[in-house]
Design a protein around this ligand. Structure first.
Ligand SMILES: [Zn+2]
Length: 357
């Protein structure tokens, strides 16, 4: 793709401004970290109709996506960060989309993940030819972490930190680095790329490098909270929901129940999530042979609603996991018990427990 002189001038001006402000950089970095959750943009190279490089039975687009998704998950599980990705599935994205999306979102950093080809071996990474000091710092933080993580699995040559006039490095307005994670057309490299433990190590290296650049410290999974149907201000249900203390398996004094109907009319548990991250969501309900065999539970995750159906005829009176979900920070109606099921019997809402994992 041709270079864009206007955008290039803008990048150079930004680099000059960053250099001029270098003396106050530590203050402003600390201020940013305190003021807002850092925004990390991950760009898995290629996708959709563009497979990227291919070789030894591997496609670059699949490897970059696997690495990026795991990098996201590791970051979200361990740190307070916001993540946005140019793609989370096998879809086509133009280069212009990737950079303008990151710019519009206001990302604090941009990492593009690729696999090399053309003969050679090892790991190398790139920043723009006239990169900002922020890009240099990100580059210095990221490169050694990825390399050392790779070397926990196999022998990897360090091809070094390089510069290039790559589109995604030139057109991004924030510190940006592109990684080339081994050579898909070199057998020894491909054999590493075929290993799940190697892909996870590459992701761990990216996550650690990003965390180091941002100065993040790990947030241990200590948070857990329970919301009962009687918890003040944290449970809402329409008048169609009855209240009962019939079953001894109830949590707290009572629980709520309703007939199934082909409309949602959900009862909602409102839960405060302290930090964006991964949480285990559990429900507790009294079971009865006459209750519903497929009660929909709606979980409001960071990437949209997910529904898990629960058989409420058995396993009552104990915490039952609906799964682990990525939840956004904030206080909101988080778990809904829906009446919208074609199965017979009361749907029951009693309590939820949410625990950081
Ligand atoms: Zn590529």
């Amino acid at each position: 793709m041709l270079s864009n002189p206007t955008a290039r001038r803008r990048t150079l001006l930004a680099a000059a401004a960053a250099a001029a402000g270098a003396m106050v950089a530590p203050l402003s970095l600390a201020g940013r970290a305190l003021a807002a959750t850092p925004k990390v943009y991950l760009d898995p190279g290629h996708g959709g109709t563009d497979p990227g490089a291919v070789g030894n039975g591997l496609q670059e687009k699949a490897l970059t996506l696997a690495i990026a998704l795991q990098t996201r998950d590791i970051l979200l599980a361990n740190y307070s960060v916001d993540i946005r990705m140019s793609r989370t599935t096998d879809i086509t994205r133009e280069l212009a989309y990737r950079t303008s999306d990151a710019n519009a979102w206001g990302a604090n950093l941009f990492v593009s993940i690729h696999i090399n080809s053309g003969g050679g071996t090892g790991f190398e990474s790139y920043r723009y030819t006239t990169a900002s000091s922020g890009s240099v710092n990100l580059h210095n933080a990221l490169h050694p972490q990825v390399l050392s993580a790779m070397r926990t699995v196999g022998t990897v040559t360090d091809r070094g930190k390089k510069t290039a006039n790559f589109y995604v490095l030139r057109e991004t307005n924030m510190p940006a680095v592109l990684t080339e994670n081994l050579f898909i057309d070199t057998l020894a490299d491909a054999n590493l790329l075929k290993r799940a433990d190697f892909i996870t190590a590459v992701a761990r290296g990216h996550a650690q490098g990003i965390a180091n650049y941002l100065g993040l410290t790990s947030t241990p999974p200590t948070y857990s909270t329970i919301v009962d149907n009687a918890t003040a201000g944290r449970f809402t249900a329409s008048g169609n929901w009855g209240t009962s203390s019939y079953s001894s398996q109830r949590y707290g004094a009572d629980y709520r129940f309703a007939d199934p109907v082909l409309a949602s009319d959900a009862a909602w548990f409102k839960v405060s999530i302290p930090q964006t991250g991964n949480y285990r969501v559990e429900v507790r309900y009294p079971a009865d042979a006459g209750y519903n065999s497929s009660t929909p539970h709606v979980i409001v995750t960071a990437s949209g609603n997910q529904t898990v159906n629960v058989d409420q005829r058995s396993n009552g009176g104990t915490w039952r996991s609906l799964g682990t979900f990525n939840l956004a920070a904030g206080d909101r109606d988080l778990v809904g018990v829906s009446r919208w099921t074609s199965a017979a019997g009361y749907v029951v809402a009693d309590a939820v427990r949410v625990t950081r994992v």
